[in-house]
Each structure stands twice: as C-alpha cells, then as structure tokens.
Design a binder for this molecule. Structure first.
Ligand code: UN1
Length: 495
C-alpha cells in the first residue's frame, strides 16, 4: 500500500476536499509508487488563502531578525536531514544523488543568507527639501505570496522564493510541481518544526489548471512567483493582470557555451558535459548549444563524442551513475520530437538519439545523451528550448560571429565562454544578451547571494537570489516626518 500524503492548510494536514488523489512515481522505475497526494482544487485554494491572510497579520509584526532566527533553524534542520531528503528527491525526480544533495545545499545557503537579511532590510534616509522635516523609505511586507514551482530543483527553487517572502513578512500559499510533491511536503514539515507559525504556510498539491490558476486569480493573493515554461508564464501573467498582482517569472532558456580557438579544451569539455547532461539536461540553465570555433571544431567534437558515449545512465541512487532518467514520459517524447526535427532540418546525429531501456533501465524514462552536429543558427534545434539531454553544436569563425549566434534566440538566461583572451572575455560580458554570463565555467552554477534570472522571454525583469529578490517581496513606503509644528507645503513654501 502506498502512503497517502496531505495538504497543509490552515494549520492542519488535510485531504483534498474532493477526496481524490494522484500518484507520484519514480522515473527510474515507473513501477515504484512513492506516494499518493491530494488532487486539490479551487475550494482548497480558497481555504489556504484565507488562512494565509490570517497568518500574515501576526507574522508581519514579528521583528525581521526574529523571523531570521527561525529561518536559521530551518537551515540547520535541512542540514541534519540533507541525505534523507536527497535520496527521496532522487526517487521522485531522478537526478543523481550528488545533484540532489547540491539542490538541498542551495536551499540551506539560501536559508542562512535570508536569515541574516532580516538584520538588514535596508531603506534609505535622505534629506528633506524643507526645514525640520525627516525623510526615509522603509520596506514593508506585501501580504499573501502565491508560490508555484517546477520539479527540476524541488528544494532549491521553492527556497529561493519562500525564504525571502517569509523574511520580508509575507505569508505563503505554495503549489509545488505535481512530479515532486514529496520534497515539498518534507520542506513544509521542516519549516513548521523550526517554528514558522502554521497559518503562515499553506501547501496545496495539484495541477497547474486546478490549483495554480485559482491561486493566480485570487484577489486576496498579492503576488506570484513562478518558475516554469515561457508559454505558461505568459498566460499566468495575463491572468494575474486582472487583479494587478506583482508577478516574478523565471522562464525558459536556450543557453550556449562558446568555445574559442584559444580555449583550454579539456576544461571546456568538462564544462559542456556538466552543463548539457547534468540533471539530464532538464535545467533552465542547461547548456543546450555549443558554439564552437572552426579551428578546434573537429578536434573538440571527437573529444566530446567520445566522452559523451562514456557517460553512464542509471538510477541516480546508484554510485557511478552520471545521468539519471528524465522526469516523465512526456519529456522523453519532447526530446524525441526535437531530435527528429533537427535531423529533418539537416543536423547530423553524432551521439545518442534514442530512449535507453537496457538492463536496470528497462522500467524508467531514460534517454541517451544526444549530440546534434552541423546545426545552423536558423534551425529550430538552435533556437527552441528542449529541456532534455540534447546538445546542438554550431560552427563559428570569429568572436563576433559567436556572439551573434549566441544572441540569436528569444531567450536570455545563462551563457558561457571559454577563452584565455581577457579582452575577448570582457567583450563577451558586455555583448552577450543574458542575465548570467560565466567565463571559463559552464552555464550552471548559481550561488544563493548572486542574482539569478534572465532577459528577453526568460522573464519579466525580476531576479531571484541576491539582494534584489528582497525588493520583490516588499513594498517601499516613503515616510515624511514634519517636526516644524507648522504646515510646510513642498514645492510651494520653499520656492
Ligand atoms: C533552474 O534550472 O531553474 O545554477 C535553476 C544552476 C542551478 C539552478 C538552476 N543551481 O543552474
């Protein structure tokens, strides 16, 4: 019998009002059911938002450093339970244990960073243009935060959103991806154990249409933070405009690594393997394109194809496995579709190309790491997000051409260049259209205290991580204190 899990709403663990559930299965072995989770809907969301509104009233009045002390305990508990959570995360979404451990560490770092931000939360004091008058701006919480997260970083991404929201004094309605409800449930348990007041946290499991949409449309939800596809993000943005919500969108990517002719090729090889096939390519920041200088093209391709063929596929819990399964059958189908499109457009399949069903992998959603060579900039596989272990390789003859090819996509999340030429590196920092640029490193490698996000159709201008995110979760209030004892009319009495 599979264990049945619940929502956490209004201070209690509850079934969905419908009484229905959905299954959570292991992508490395589809026969293994991890648990049953509540299939919630509008009525559950309604109850969660009401509770969050009540929870907000007390939470917003707690001094931010005290809220920070609770988040510090959250980080400590996550540290204690790191391995156990990581194993369950690998079971529910597939990436290898080293990566799920890293995912939780990203959450721990975010907890400790947010905890100390409670002691800063800076505003400004500036002089008034009138005598005997004091001006300052302060940060105030906004209210109920609707948090909608994907399955590829089941701990890190919820923490990127929920910790800053909490430290700023907001309450939470959280809808995790339905592929990773177990990690989300453990995360809520830990936050409650650390001392976050129950009504401040509300967890509602279910689909985007039946839970996500009611959260986005609810007039009492004040802001939405969403990570997912650009198509969903655009719809969400439209829905949220009816109630003029503040919305932070972290969407698709078509990230590229440039390798120039002067690059350290061994280093660049390690980078592209990690960037393209880590998390089985299922990252917003995955290296989806390799932009390779003509002078090193053949040599580097030989190195790359040989190394890719050595990658070991398997259950991410087993040691020695490099690449875990894809999250579900739908993702395999998308990858297959794009490999076909690429070949029809004239790209050459040089490694992988097929789902993988050998030995222990027979019952999972495994796919061979795949490389498409001779890709040209106008092909769909050079421009569209695939979200799987597929790398498109493009040939360039100069630095200028490399930048032009890199920028030839509607996305702008992460980017990378391998070169030993410092002038070229700085020009790349200036000219690449992306929110993140790595020099001599892969397209992956966010750190909790650095801003994370992209330009163009990757987002709507907000950043997660770093201190920018604390601006998103607060309103700025301008405060004027007149201690002159008389009416002073700005712009009139002083001119
Ligand atoms: C994502 O794929 O949405 O730096 C987040 C990185 C990861 C985070 C990726 N730590 O790529």
């Amino acid at each position: 019998m599979s264990k049945t899990y619940r929502n956490f709403i209004a201070g209690e663990w509850r079934d969905a009002i419908s009484g229905e559930t959905f299954e959570n299965r292991n992508p490395a072995n589809w026969n293994e059911v991890i648990g049953l989770f509540p299939k919630s809907g509008t009525a559950d969301v309604e109850m969660a938002v009401k509770a969050a509104r009540e929870g907000f009233e007390g939470w917003r009045l707690m001094p931010a450093p005290e809220r920070g002390a609770i988040l510090k305990r959250v980080g400590d508990l996550m540290t204690e339970r790191k391995e156990e959570i990581a194993k369950n995360m690998t079971r529910e979404m597939g990436k290898v244990l080293a990566e799920t451990m890293g995912d939780i560490q990203e959450g721990i770092d975010t907890a400790y960073y947010a905890a100390t931000e409670g002691r800063r939360m800076f505003g400004h004091t500036v002089p008034s243009e009138l005598p005997n008058k004091f001006n300052m701006s302060i940060r105030v919480p906004i209210g109920v935060a609707g948090i909608i997260t994907p399955w590829n970083f089941p701990m890190a991404i919820p923490t990127w959103k929920i910790f800053p929201a909490l430290i700023c004094g907001n309450s939470i309605v959280f809808k995790p991806a339905s592929d990773t409800p177990l990690t989300a449930t453990t995360f809520i348990e830990i936050m409650l154990e650390a001392g976050i007041p129950p009504k401040v946290l509300n967890l509602v499991h279910g689909s985007g249409s039946s839970v996500g949409s009611p959260i986005v449309n609810h007039p009492d939800v004040n802001l939405i933070s969403f990570t997912g596809s650009s198509a969903v993000g655009k719809n969400l943005s439209k829905e949220a405009s009816d109630t003029l919500k503040r919305v932070s969108l972290e969407l698709g990517g078509k990230n590229a690594q440039i390798v120039m002719d002067d690059a350290d090729l061994d280093l660049a090889l390690e980078g592209v393997l990690w960037g393209a096939f880590g998390t089985t390519g299922q990252r917003c920041t995955a290296t989806s394109r390799l932009i390779l200088h003509d002078k090193v093209y053949d040599k580097f391709m030989d190195m790359l194809v040989a190394a890719t063929k050595k990658l070991r596929l398997g259950d991410g819990l087993k040691s020695g496995v490099d690449v875990g399964p894809m999250v579900n059958e739908g993702q395999i189908e998308t990858v297959q579709k794009y490999i076909k499109i690429g070949q029809e457009e004239g790209a050459k399949l040089v490694a992988g190309g097929k789902p993988y069903k050998e030995g222990d992998c027979a019952n999972g959603w495994f796919h061979e790491p795949t490389i498409l060579g001779d890709v040209t900039p106008e092909m769909r596989v050079a421009k569209e997000e695939i979200f799987g272990p597929v790398l498109s390789v493009l040939r360039i003859n100069s630095f200028e051409e490399a930048i032009k090819v890199l920028n030839n996509t509607k996305y702008g999340l992460s980017s990378s260049i391998y070169t030993r030429d410092v002038n070229q590196a700085f020009k790349a920092i200036r000219d690449i259209e992306a929110g993140i640029t790595y020099i001599n490193g892969p397209t992956i490698g966010a750190e909790a205290h650095m801003p994370f996000g992209g330009i163009k159709e990757t987002g709507n201008g907000h950043r997660e991580g770093g201190w920018e995110v604390y601006e998103f979760y607060t309103e700025t209030k301008a405060v004027f204190i007149d201690y002159s004892g008389k009416l002073q009319r700005a712009q009139i009495d002083n001119y």
